[in-house]
Design a protein around this ligand. Structure first.
Ligand SMILES: Cc1ncc(COP(=O)(O)O)c(C=O)c1O
Length: 482
């Protein structure tokens, strides 16, 4: 990590890179933003990019690439089968993780699709520290059920637990005793646990979980999509790892699991994904499905250029300066919001700054989707697109009743190496203004609600004219400022 100290004592994460290519941004007037929001059914996924100033929806595929990644893509060896570029990726995976067997896929959820189809049977259970939306949907579609095993304190927004992604070992042992290892398809470990605020799991906890699984002949599967932030946290927060290199920590983690998959949209700064296997027989179970659903064995639905970028991106993930930038920017935003008494998930995790919408908008009941309402308000006030990670991201119970999320979060994703400090300060300023005016913000209701993964394409409308009132207050306070 760079150790640049400021004379005035401020803790400012100085970037260890410079911009070589830039994209012009536009910030539309608030009246225009209101029109776009209505057109998108208050769903941030349905907003057109032309209407967005800072895109904090996700880091997926949004991280900036390095000059070396771009140049690697230019010299990639294009071929349907047997490309040199593909074999370079296989070699890099062997070198960094120590996995000898690999299958490339087009993105993270394709890994989940193949793993669920290959391993999950009707009535099976998949223990995990915490679910991810698409992972759970794939497991459920195969007749399986996900059991979440984090400590109860992990879903409390504000505490000082450095590893909220850890498994509660007692819960795990109890589950294995209750269901029996025969009914457990595999155990899923998510690094940088997305839905509870990008919270890490410790190396010590991975070791204990892996030991229990080995003793009970349970396959361990790691979702390493957010591994790079997790590596940073293991190094800076886990005493026993302080003197280890990122490469050493990575090797040790990989040695503890049977299968590792990743969305390269997040890990490797590219667009694609892959599944790594410890043994050939595990790979064999999914190989035939790969050619059916994704593509041939040496591209798996990705363009060869992407594969070249990912190989270079994985190498850069081993560079502590490279992987520090994301978590340090996130910490800056979390600390600044916290100073203003705005409820955020603490300690700061990876992936983004997470706002506790249930507390921010305490007057909005869960059935009126406080997190979704806050994403709409943030967009109106700033042109910033964020992501709802709360009840709207859940699916209804089988009887049609609402399934309230454990946490109502708004994620302000901070794609790596993309935003400048003044842009982060702008986001903090507008969120602060909203917090001062939170009573104007009202709830939302679904007007179109798909059955599966409704948050992607569902549409919503405000329950009252609160958005008109918010626009009026913005004009009063900011005049002709955008
Ligand atoms: C932890 C985790 N797993 C899987 C996925 C799915 O990856 P993709 O978006 O590439 O399908 C994501 C995406 O956000 C993720 O965060």
């Amino acid at each position: 990590m760079n150790k640049i100290k400021f004379f005035n004592g401020a803790e400012i994460p100085v970037e260890m890179h410079r911009a070589k290519v830039i994209q012009k941004l536009t910030l539309l007037p608030i009246e225009e933003r209101k029109k776009y929001l209505k057109q998108a059914g208050n769903n941030q996924f349905l907003l057109k990019n032309e209407a967005i100033f800072l895109d904090m929806l996700t880091d997926s595929g949004m991280n900036a690439r390095s000059d070396k990644q771009v140049s690697a893509a230019m010299t990639a060896d294009d071929a349907y089968a047997g490309s040199r570029t593909y074999f370079e990726l296989e070699e890099k995976i062997k070198e960094i993780f120590g996995f000898d067997f690999f299958l490339p896929v087009h993105q993270g959820r394709a890994c989940e699709h193949l793993l669920a189809k290959g391993f999950v049977k009707e009535g099976d259970v998949v223990p995990t520290n915490y679910h991810f939306t698409t992972t759970r949907a794939h497991i459920n579609l195969c007749g399986g059920k996900v059991e979440e095993l984090v400590f109860d304190s992990a879903i409390v927004c504000d505490n000082d637990d450095p590893f909220k992604g850890n498994f509660d070992i007692e819960k795990l042992q109890r589950l294995i005793d209750e269901v029996g290892s025969d009914r457990i398809s595999f155990l899923r470990i998510e690094t940088g646990t997305n839905l509870i605020g990008g919270q890490p799991i410790s190396l010590g906890n991975i070791k204990r979980v892996s030991e229990i699984c080995r003793r009970n002949s349970i396959i361990t599967v790691m979702d390493a999509s957010l591994l790079q932030d997790n590596l940073y946290f293991i190094k800076v927060r886990e005493e026993e790892c302080k003197d280890k290199s990122i490469r050493e920590i990575t090797k040790e983690i990989a040695s503890l699991i049977d299968i590792m998959y990743f969305s390269a949209r997040k890990l490797g700064f590219g667009i694609g994904g892959g599944i790594c296997f410890k043994t050939a027989d595990l790979r064999e179970k999914l190989k035939a499905m790969l050619t059916l659903h994704e593509g041939f064995l040496t591209y798996g639905g990705m363009s060869i250029r992407e594969i070249a970028s990912i190989t270079q991106g994985l190498e850069e993930t081993m560079d502590f300066d490279m992987i520090s930038q994301g978590p340090r920017f996130i910490k800056y935003m979390v600390d600044e919001l916290d100073k203003r008494n705005i409820p955020v998930v603490k300690p700061a995790g990876g992936l983004g700054c997470h706002i506790d919408a249930r507390k921010f908008l305490a007057h909005i009941p869960d059935e009126n989707y406080s997190a979704a309402s806050l994403t709409a308000a943030i967009y109106l006030a700033s042109g910033i697109r964020t992501m709802e990670r709360g009840t709207a991201s859940e699916e209804r119970n089988p009887d049609g009743s609402e399934h309230f999320a454990a946490m109502e979060l708004v994620r302000c994703a901070i794609p790596r190496r993309v935003f400048t400090m003044s842009q982060i300060d702008y986001a903090i300023d507008r969120i602060h203004w909203l917090y001062e005016n939170k009573n104007i913000i009202g709830g939302l209701k679904f007007t179109q609600e798909p059955e599966i993964l409704r948050f992607f394409t569902g549409e919503m409308a405000p329950l009252s004219n609160w958005q008109d009132k918010l626009v009026a207050k913005f004009k009063e306070d900011f005049g002709d400022s955008l």
